[in-house]
Design a binder for this molecule. Structure first.
Ligand SMILES: Nc1ncnc2c1ncn2[C@@H]1O[C@H](COP(=O)(O)OP(=O)(O)OP(=O)(O)O)[C@@H](O)[C@H]1O
Ligand SMILES: [Mg+2]
Length: 369
């Protein structure tokens, strides 16, 4: 076989038109052999024609195949990839526009997966951005309210300063608490305004006498001694918490206010309308504070989103921010807050750890001294 190919090529390229080819083969029955003598010139012409035709045919078949492969690639991969890229670019230009989110096809291959994943990612991103812009708008609104509230409180403070000169013993009894509350409210508005809108400033910690702080909470709640709700404070004598006093005050005030609201929601002659108890004790390097009441307890619905802003409220007129604020402030102290299970009414436990002591710094201080 290779010999025949070689001879054919020889005839085509190496022989001249004057060459003659002699073919000898077995003859039909009754003859010895058969011999054919032909000129190679016409044979070569015929072979050239044939080769040219084969070449043309191969080029045509290749061109058709290439076109078909190109079209298949274009429709199956290049176009969808182009569309995906264009979708990404248009989404990036305006990510808050929901009409720019990719609508994925039903394809099962990698491009289909890429489309679905991109669409899911765009949905997540769009809703996150929407939430963020709501929060930013809310932050701005809070700042404005805070600003004007601070001014109003400042004028209230001016009037309350005059109360000190009123000789009435009742006024003399309540005026200092009123002034302290106003001072606290003004300082709070001021710090929120100067720090920013959404986040709480980091705690400025120092040892705080818990008993005094809890007494301030009672005064701020306005619980009269003759109130139907009994206030019990059971704090270890002289207990100091390593905390930001203003922030810890807000935490306990929010919990105590919730407890009071739960108790006041009951009928005045209900025996369950009884006690609001705040306890505090040191356990090694942490201080445990509990605020408990003998009210109806926290409902299942409220438990589902208890410490989430705007989610946990089941109270008419409640904003669902109290516990979220308390949790944020406690976490800023590296502590934890949770609802204790299996108690009468509701008990919230706060754990505030002391700050870690930097032994190296202490040693340095002692050495300097
Ligand atoms: N001591 C409690 N007893 C019963 N339910 C409580 C108690 N504390 C909280 N809850 C429930 O948890 C919900 C969320 O409390 P949270 O303080 O976060 O919001 P709120 O009191 O409704 O509104 P606000 O933002 O004015 O505090 C309340 O609506 C209430 O249903
Ligand atoms: Mg509340």
């Amino acid at each position: 076989m290779p010999r025949s190919v070689w001879f054919a090529l020889q005839t085509l390229f190496l022989s001249s038109d004057t060459d003659v080819m002699r073919v000898v083969g077995q003859g039909p029955p009754g003859t010895d052999f058969i011999e054919i003598v032909i000129e190679e010139g016409p044979l070569r012409q015929a072979m050239f024609r044939f080769s040219r035709n084969i070449l043309l045919l191969s080029v045509m078949i290749s061109a058709i195949t290439a076109t078909l492969v190109y079209l298949a690639l274009l429709y199956l991969f290049v176009r969808p990839m182009n569309r995906l890229t264009t979708d990404m670019v248009t989404f990036r230009q305006d990510p808050e526009n929901p009409t720019r989110i990719v609508v994925p096809s039903e394809r099962k291959d990698e491009i289909g997966i890429a489309q679905r994943e991109l669409s899911a990612m765009q949905h997540d991103l769009a809703s996150m951005l929407q939430q963020k812009s709501h929060l930013a708008a809310l932050g701005l609104a809070v700042s404005k309210i805070n600003h004007d509230l601070r001014n109003m409180l400042a004028s209230a403070q001016l009037f309350s300063d005059r109360l000190v000169s009123v000789p009435d013993p009742n006024v003399q009894r309540f005026a200092p608490s009123l002034m302290r509350s106003l001072e606290r409210a003004i300082a709070f508005c001021q710090s929120t305004l100067s720090y920013g809108q959404v986040q709480e400033p980091p705690p400025v910690r120092r040892p705080v006498v818990l008993e005094t702080l809890i007494e301030d909470v009672r005064e701020t709640l306005g619980l009269a001694p003759e109130s139907a709700v009994r206030w019990v404070a059971a704090v270890e004598r002289g207990l100091r918490v390593d905390a930001d006093p203003e922030q810890l005050f807000r935490v306990i005030l929010n919990l105590a206010r919730n407890a009071l609201q739960a108790l006041e929601g009951r009928a005045p002659n209900d025996p369950g309308r009884d006690q609001l108890r705040v306890t505090g004790q040191r356990e090694g390097a942490v201080v445990v504070i509990e605020v408990s009441d003998t009210g109806p307890g926290v409902t299942e619905r409220a438990r589902a989103h208890l410490f989430e802003a705007f989610q946990g409220s089941t109270r008419p007129g409640g904003s669902g921010l109290g516990l979220a604020i308390a949790a944020e402030l406690v976490r800023a102290h590296g502590g934890e807050i949770r609802l204790v299970d299996g108690t009468i009414g509701a008990t919230f436990r706060i754990i505030i750890p002391d700050r870690a002591v930097d032994i190296g710094a202490r040693r340095g201080e002692r050495a300097r001294a």
